[in-house]
Design a protein around this ligand. Structure first.
Ligand code: TXA
Ligand code: MG
Length: 324
C-alpha cells in the first residue's frame, strides 16, 4: 500500500522520504507540471526494472530522464547551439530533448533502451527540488498502468498503482495535464517525436526553424513506446462527434452544442471558453470520469488542431485507436 505525503504540508519531509525510497532502489510517484511520473534512479538498473514491472510495460522502451537543471543535463547529454537555446528558453518546463548520450553518463542503458541518445527534461517546481536533493537523474514515465490513461492527480495514481508502489508525493492536480513535447535534435535539425504540453509553434519561434514531423509509420521507430493504441479508457472512444446517442458519455469543448446531449449519461466540457490550456489540464481526469460513468462509448467534440490542441488530438486519436 502506498504511503501518500502532501508536499504542500511538509515539503522537507516529502523530499527526505522520497530520497529514502529512491535510494533504496524503488520507484515512487512524483508530481510534475505535465502528469504524475513513476520515478526511479536512472543510474540503477534494478530500480529501472521496477518501473517496467510496476507499469506492466510489455517491453523496454527508452524512458525520459529528469534533471534538476541544465548543468546536470550537460553531464549526461551533448548539447549543440540549438538544443541549448531551447533548454534555456523552456526549462524548467514541458519540453523533452532527445540528445546524444555522453559516454561518461552514469544513466543506465535500461533507461535509454540501449540507444546512443537520451530523452531529457527538467520538470518545474517540486520535482526539480527532489532531483537536486537526490543528486541523480530520475527516469520517469507517466505513473499509470501501461496503455491506460495518464495520471494527473495523486488520487489517480493511488487508484491505479497504489497497491504496487511505496510512496506517492501529492502536489495536487498537474497544471499542464498532458505529457511533455518530445523533440529530437539531429545535426541541427529538429524533429517532433511527440506533440505535448509545449506547443510546437513556440519551439519553432525560439529555434528559428520548422519542426520536422514524422510520418505515421516512422513515428513508431522514432519514439518507440508510442503505441498507436494508448491512453485507452475502458469505453470505446468516438471523435469529432456532432451528436451523442442516449447513454453515451459526452466530452465537449467550447460553446458548440451537441445534438442529443440531454440524453447523454454524463456531459463534461473540457473548456467552456474554448481555452486549449484548460482543456489539456482537464483531459485525462475527464476521460476517467466519463469512463467511470459506465458509458460504453465516450463521444468527443472536435478540438482545434492548433497549439496545445495538437497534443490533445494526438492523445484522443490514440484513445480511439483499435485495441490489441
Ligand atoms: O511529461 C512527460 O514527459 C512525462 C512526465 C512524467 O515527465 N514523462 C513521460 O515519460 O511521458 P515516458 O517515459 O512515458 O516518455 C517516453 C517517451 C517514449 O515515447 C519514448 O519512446 C520517448 O519518450 N523517448 C525517450 N527517450 C528516447 C530516445 N532516446 N529516443 C527516442 N524516443 C525517446
Ligand atoms: Mg505514458
Amino acid at each position: 500500500m502506498a504511503r501518500s505525503i502532501d508536499i504542500t504540508k511538509d515539503r522537507q519531509q516529502a523530499i527526505e522520504a522520497g530520497c529514502a525510497v529512491l535510494g533504496a532502489g524503488f520507484p515512487i510517484a512524483i508530481p510534475t507540471e505535465t502528469v504524475y511520473g513513476l520515478a526511479a534512479d536512472a543510474t540503477n538498473p534494478i530500480a529501472i526494472a521496477h518501473i517496467y514491472e510496476t507499469k506492466g510495460r510489455p517491453r523496454f522502451n527508452p524512458l525520459i530522464c529528469h534533471m534538476a537543471d541544465l548543468a546536470m543535463a550537460e553531464r549526461h547529454a551533448a548539447f549543440d547551439p540549438v538544443s541549448r537555446a531551447l533548454a534555456e528558453a523552456f526549462w524548467p518546463g514541458p519540453l523533452t530533448l532527445v540528445l546524444p548520450l555522453k559516454p561518461e553518463s552514469a544513466i543506465h542503458s535500461l533507461a535509454t533502451a540501449g540507444l546512443d541518445t537520451v530523452g531529457i527534461r527538467v520538470p518545474k517546481g517540486f520535482a526539480g527540488e527532489l532531483i537536486r536533493a537526490f543528486g541523480r537523474p530520475l527516469a520517469a514515465p507517466s505513473a499509470n498502468t501501461s496503455g491506460k490513461i495518464s495520471a494527473t492527480s495523486a488520487a489517480h495514481v493511488d487508484a491505479d498503482l497504489g497497491e504496487r508502489i511505496r510512496l506517492i508525493l501529492d502536489a495536487g492536480a498537474s497544471t499542464v495535464g498532458v505529457e511533455s513535447t518530445i523533440v529530437k535534435v539531429e545535426d541541427g535539425k529538429l524533429r517532433l517525436l511527440r506533440p505535448g504540453g509545449l506547443p510546437a509553434i513556440e519551439i519553432e519561434r525560439v529555434a528559428g526553424q520548422k519542426l520536422l514531423r514524422s510520418k505515421k509509420a516512422s513515428a513508431a521507430i522514432e519514439a518507440p513506446g508510442m503505441l498507436a493504441s494508448h491512453y485507452a479508457p475502458g469505453a470505446t472512444v468516438r471523435l469529432d462527434a456532432t451528436r451523442v446517442d442516449a447513454g453515451e458519455a459526452l466530452i465537449a469543448f467550447g460553446k458548440t452544442s451537441v445534438a442529443g446531449a440531454e440524453d447523454a449519461r454524463i456531459v463534461l466540457n473540457l473548456s467552456q471558453d474554448g481555452d486549449l490550456a484548460e482543456a489539456a489540464a482537464n483531459l485525462f481526469d475527464y476521460m476517467k470520469r466519463a469512463d467511470a460513468s459506465g458509458a460504453a462509448t465516450i463521444a468527443f467534440s472536435a478540438i482545434p488542431d492548433e497549439g496545445l490542441g495538437e497534443a490533445i488530438n494526438d492523445r484522443l486519436r490514440r484513445a480511439a485507436a483499435p485495441r490489441e
